[in-house]
Design a binder for this molecule. Structure first.
Ligand SMILES: [Zn+2]
Ligand SMILES: [Zn+2]
Length: 447
């Protein structure tokens, strides 16, 4: 392992409040020191003047499709794509084939990640066997095998009773239950946000109430059990408000939002009236309607919801930004809107999209980095060092990202390291990019 010195970057570490030009010396995989004009004997020097040096990003929510659907993504390709996005730890959802609901599959993911992924991969175990919503998986055994959370993501935990028991196990295991909030009796697989856009396009609507009903149910159950509840991909104003009130009442809940729900609206399904980002002032050219790359679950929402999730992120109601990276093969999206797969390939555009949001003035860069580092770390706990440290401090593993906040580039999914080329941002110019990602002092990605 080579020692190196990152010279003259803007070190931005929300955990300590540090935001100043400094050198970072990395030795033996650890941060050896941070300070001005550090001496550097026999180390590789990387000049990072003008760039931001931040703790490596932690993604609470992604889909790696491995085992079983590796034509969409694999632990290897997903890990490389995550590194290109500045992530040093990623948590992968269990809706694989087979589902991550047994010790053997957890061990497969951990073993494969250790051999093939340049970033830390932490598996999330299913709440119910086969994610079928019938009976609980062996949650204590899954925790012992190494899962960092439980989720039936892709669908909600089917019943109040199952959720109650899952939250009781979360108290015992110390692992949160990550909640995909969708009342499927209201959505019925609908592809678009219920509202004027869906009506104009003749698409079935996914109402905001389908999200808030399940959030309300599970906040009640978290209050009842004292179990740790984490709300995935909040997308509605009502959802943000419920979480805000619950936190005030001391309910043990945390929440995440995706870059796409912060920056895109359902106007992108229409292909007209597009602004980038959604709350910004730049108008984009008309695009084709029914672009299946805009299809995601929960769906892209209207202006008021996007403003509410941004406000929730800014005021700390929402703890973390998570990509919900959901890669698909071209064929999965090459069909009518109603039939297309849900999901956006998100690792490699996350930072750039968030920098565009920062440019609107709605959220500070420091808050964004916090929500990508200490925010998710607090959701997971440090798990005896299995998670990136979320800070840049002497003696910590050197999990770092270096990015250029002012290096515009145009998204071309053909250049993604992810196998998933399904990005609605195809052709959009983003203001900045990742330059270097390091995990335990090893270079995981370099532009
Ligand atoms: Zn989900
Ligand atoms: Zn998901």
């Amino acid at each position: 392992m080579s020692d190196l010195l990152l010279r003259g970057g803007r070190v931005l570490d929300p955990s300590s409040g540090r935001d100043a030009v400094a050198d970072v010396l990395v030795r033996d995989g650890l941060v050896a020191s941070v300070g001005e004009r550090l001496a550097a004997d026999r180390v590789q020097i990387i000049d990072v003047a003008g760039l931001v040096v931040a703790p490596g990003f932690i993604d609470l929510h992604c889909h790696l499709r491995d085992p079983g659907l590796t034509y969409k993504e694999s632990i290897a390709s997903g890990g490389r794509a995550a590194a290109a996005g500045g992530f040093t730890t990623i948590c992968c959802m269990p809706n694989t084939d087979p589902v991550i609901d047994s010790r053997g599959i957890v061990e497969y993911v951990l073993r494969t990640a250790a051999a093939e992924s340049p970033v830390r991969v932490l598996p999330i175990g299913a709440v119910t066997k086969g994610q079928a919503g019938k009976e609980l998986a062996e949650l204590a055994e899954l925790a012992e095998a190494g899962v960092v959370a439980f989720s039936d993501d892709g669908r909600p935990v089917a019943t109040s009773s199952l959720m109650r028991h899952a939250l009781e196990y979360s108290r015992i295991t110390g692992r949160p239950v990550i909640d995909h909030c969708e009342d499927v009796t209201l959505t019925g697989g609908a592809p678009a946000n219920e509202g004027p856009v869906a009506a104009r396009l003749g698409l079935r609507g996914w109402p905001a109430a389908a999200e808030t009903i399940i959030i309300a149910r599970d906040l009640e159950l978290a209050a009842l059990t004292g179990g740790r509840l984490h709300i995935a991909h909040v997308s509605t104003a009502g959802g943000v408000e419920l979480i805000r009130q619950a936190k005030r009442s001391g309910v043990p809940v945390t929440a995440e939002v995706t870059p796409h729900h912060l920056t895109l609206t359902d106007a992108w399904l229409l292909g007209e009236g597009l602004r980038w980002p959604a709350t910004g002032t730049t108008s984009l050219d008309r695009r084709a309607p029914y672009d299946t790359r805009t299809k995601v679950n929960p769906p892209l929402r209207g202006d008021a919801d996007v403003e509410a999730v941004i406000a929730g992120l800014a005021d700390g109601t929402i703890d973390a930004i998570a990509t919900d990276h959901a890669p698909h093969a071209v064929v999965d999206k090459l069909c009518e809107y109603d039939e297309a797969a849900f999901g956006i390939s998100g690792f490699e555009t996350a930072l750039g999209a968030l920098l565009a949001l920062v440019e609107t003035g709605a959220v500070s860069l420091e808050r964004i980095v916090e929500a990508l580092t200490v925010g998710p770390l607090r959701v997971l706990g440090d798990l005896d060092g299995r998670v990136s440290p979320g800070r840049i401090a002497e003696g910590c593993p050197a999990d770092l990202v270096v990015f250029d906040p002012a290096h515009p580039w145009t998204v071309d999914p053909e250049h993604f390291l992810s196998k998933g080329k399904n990005s609605p941002l195809d052709g959009v110019e983003l203001p900045g990019r990742v330059v270097l990602t390091m995990v335990a002092g090893k270079v995981a990605y370099r532009a």
